[in-house]
Unconditional design. Structure first.
Lengths: 281, 278
């Protein structure tokens, strides 16, 4: 079969390969090259070495601000989302009535696109702040907490679904045994349920981590970085460097490469953790 | 003991009910405000549209007109439908080939595809949109081709994982019976892939329907998909029509909610499968 199938390599793989080359491979390597050059379109590049990378960090503080804002946002939202989603999953695996209905409602925001979500919450938060004579863009802390609330609303249901699947996979004998041995519900949770759903916890942690770190649409719609650039996250900062200022395409591309390296680093840790856990099992 | 549990469950039920209402409130507030005059919205976001505030469907008419919503809906539907179709077809074909043929070509392609899943869009957005311009891919059909390449990582990963668990014997038997690989693929392999194809379709549909930045950069100045239409309404400072915005938000949520309620089971299953593999 190998021999005959090999003759059909073009038929089976070229449609994907060609599209992949145009939309990813070529732009990716061009992007790395261009980050070391000065350019306005992709054809007039002039080699400048590491200048763009130096400028990205030094010439204005906005990139480092965005990095700090993104990190704070990511840590807090990862913690909030996972704790709340796990609690909800615990409540929804007790056989309470309307469980399916609740699940449907909690998961629903996850399907709504980031831009739409951003404007929904802009209305809600501005509506509340109006009573106090403020708006979302009066103070960066409103934008920050707004993004946290939005992200929780969007992701809790999704993570809850994964936790529910994990909890339902815990063998009932284990819980019964713990109950017979006189374990309190808290002990059972800490020593039986949580260790047994560790795989789900790892998945959820990294899903929320990468989603929060790469957030763009919601950030653009909710505050667009205002006031000033104080609620600008990394992805939006890169976007604004490309399209919001003149002659800074090279710097934008250098920032994008740094962003790519950070995301890859997170993914690499995830891979390591998943692998080491597999060995233990 | 039993009575205590019953009381506890009742409390939990009430808590869950309140939480579910809290989850629905943002959507309901938007719905309510979509019937309110545009100048009342920012100031009285939480009041029902009564008396002078009520404007009927006026916001819907102006929102649809300003954003050309129905053409945006058409473009979104076109791009989503053909992306799902092409990704399901071409990527599963490629996935079958690289799983069944052990060669350097297969493994290099596989690892490049997996690698592309990690790379954030910002890394390639500028160069990709310029490439698309040069190659005249700046049309809705061009966007479909870009999605075919961009979605290849996730879908190849899911398809390959599934194909590995399918025994090769049936395919070899079909080959011995005189089928060529194309016949084997469409008559034997493709029907087996159905469950994973549904999962991939749902993940791709959710992604392409809601994606803003890629279509905005590539075709945004000529064609508006729904997310681009919503963002377009933001307009300049102070000139925003909040009424039209509310109406367009409601209109853009309707297809998603209908889709969700009609194939909820598949969606939830697909999302779990996608998460566990990713």
């Amino acid at each position: 079969m190998q021999k005959i199938l090999k003759k059909y390599v073009a038929f089976f793989t070229f449609p994907t390969l060609i599209a992949f080359f145009i939309s990813f491979l070529l732009p990716f390597f061009m992007g790395i090259y261009l980050s070391f050059t000065e350019f306005t379109t992709v054809t007039d590049a002039k080699w400048v070495g590491l200048e763009n990378y130096v400028k990205a960090f030094v010439s204005s503080g906005d990139f480092l601000n965005a990095l700090w804002f993104t990190t704070k946002f990511t840590v807090l939202s990862v913690l909030c989302i996972n704790v709340l989603a796990f609690l909800l999953a615990l409540l929804l695996t007790r056989g309470i009535r309307w469980t399916n209905g609740f699940r449907t409602v909690f998961f629903m925001p996850n399907l709504i696109g980031g831009i739409v979500l951003g404007y929904i919450w802009q209305l809600i938060i501005n509506g509340i702040l109006y009573q106090y004579g403020a708006t979302l863009t009066t103070d960066p802390k409103y934008g920050f907490w707004g993004l946290i609330v939005l992200m929780n609303w969007q992701m809790i249901g999704y993570m809850m679904i994964i936790y529910i699947a994990g909890i339902q996979n815990v063998p009932t004998e284990l819980r019964d045994a713990a109950a017979v041995d006189g374990a309190t519900p808290i002990q059972e949770l800490l020593h039986v349920t949580i260790p047994m759903v560790m795989p789900s916890i790892t998945i959820c942690l990294f899903l929320t981590l990468t989603n929060s770190f790469k957030l763009f649409d919601q950030n653009l719609a909710l505050t667009a970085g205002a006031p000033g650039k104080q609620t600008e996250m990394l992805a939006l900062n890169i976007y604004n460097t490309f399209y919001g200022s003149i002659h800074s395409e090279g710097i934008g591309q250098a920032k994008a490469v740094v962003f790519f390296l950070l995301v890859t680093f997170i993914a690499f840790i995830q891979l390591k953790l998943t692998r080491s856990r597999e060995v233990e099992n | 003991m039993k009575q205590k549990n019953l009381a506890l469950n009742r409390t939990i039920f009430v808590i869950l009910l309140l939480l579910a209402l809290l989850f629905l409130v943002p959507v309901l507030v938007v719905l309510m405000n979509s019937f309110k005059g545009r100048f009342y919205i920012s100031e009285t976001a939480f009041l029902p549209p009564t008396g002078a505030m009520f404007v009927g469907l006026e916001n819907y008419f102006s929102g649809v007109e300003k954003t050309e919503f129905f053409s945006a809906f058409g473009y979104s539907l076109y791009i989503t439908f053909f992306s799902v179709l092409f990704i399901g077809l071409f990527n599963s074909m490629a996935a079958w080939y690289i799983t069944r043929i052990k060669s350097n070509y297969s493994s290099i392609l596989y690892y490049l595809l997996i690698f592309s899943m990690i790379v954030p869009f910002q890394m390639v957005m500028f160069t990709m949109s310029k490439t698309a311009d040069i190659l005249h891919l700046n049309t809705p059909s061009g966007v479909v081709i870009l999605y075919l390449g961009f979605g290849a990582g996730l879908s190849a990963f899911m398809f390959c994982g599934f194909i590995k668990s399918v025994p090769i014997d049936i395919e070899e038997a079909a080959m011995i019976d005189g089928c060529n690989p194309i016949q084997v693929y469409f008559r034997v392999v493709f029907p087996i892939l159905r469950p994973v194809a549904i999962t991939v379709s749902i993940l791709i549909a959710m992604w392409t329907w809601n994606d803003y930045l890629l279509p905005y950069l590539v075709i945004g100045n000529k064609y508006r998909t729904i997310p681009i239409a919503v963002q377009y309404l933001r307009g300049g400072y102070g000139s925003r029509d909040m009424g039209a915005m509310m109406a367009v938000l409601v209109l853009s949520m309707i297809p998603v909610i209908v889709f969700y309620l009609s194939c909820q089971k598949h969606i939830i299953k697909g999302v779990i499968a996608g998460a566990v593999k990713g």
